[in-house]
Write a protein that binds this ligand. Sequence first.
Ligand SMILES: [Zn+2]
Length: 311
Amino acid sequence: MNRRQVIGSIAGTLLAASWRSAQAATSGGTKIVLLGTAGGPSPKVSRAAPASMVVAGGSLYVVDCGNGIARQIVRSGYQLKALRSIFITHQHSDHNLDYGNLFYLAWSAALRNPVNSYGPPPLVEMTKKYFELNSFDINLRIHDEGRPDPAPLLIPHEITGPGQVFKDDNVTVRAVLVDHPPIKVAFAYRFDAADRSVVFSGDTRKTDSLIELARGADVLVCEAQHLPGIRGLAKRLAADPSREQAIYDSISGNALSVEQAGEVAEAAGVKTLVLNHFVPGDDTVPEDVWRESAAKAFSGEIIVGKDLLEI
Ligand SMILES: [Zn+2]
């Protein structure tokens, strides 16, 4: 990319961001924004780590905090200081690595309201240790820049079972336990707003609890694995060929294939299936293959997710 192309690209990104901001400010409807759509913690060129958000009533409700989420929110045209709540589906690093960083960067971007966070243990311990880890810089900014103490502003709530998790004027959030071994406490979340309902699968094997949660929802944002693609991934990851099958089993055995994502969407009767959390997440599997694989079982609308896509 030459200098002129770089400037053009930056200008395009800024225009897109300001257009989205203006659109969000003027349209009152609930939005879903995909912030990061690749499964797994290792950084990818074209997709960030798992993170999404629901935007309702001008507030941001984040689901999972993969690496880079704060920057992805800024790139999507929304303001970090609008952050209201954080929901962690499970404590795998691709879903929680920037949990503290998201709050911290929102605080440094003039966040003043409390943020409640919800997720499996050890969320409370993680929150406490995050502030300990960053105490040097926190103290500096409190005294140097006159910022409030951030620790009381992030309020963690550990959840261990199904039920209603959260309710405010904009959304009601419910959780169910899903099946994501070897992790014992992993959740899918459903957001019901006045104008639409959306379910985030988190990571899970095919399970009735997810189908029940998603029953009749407008949108299901569902993880998707492409099994032949994972064969290739296992080959690339295995330092020793004898490890290839074990790597394949470990990646493919605890989550939904893209075909199963279609089966779940069909069984639940959702209107729109949004494929997300792609594994492989490096774009070695073409978009049409993702769509056609989900369409084997699902007759509704299918959207192949992309970072920064607003739905
Ligand atoms: Zn996981």
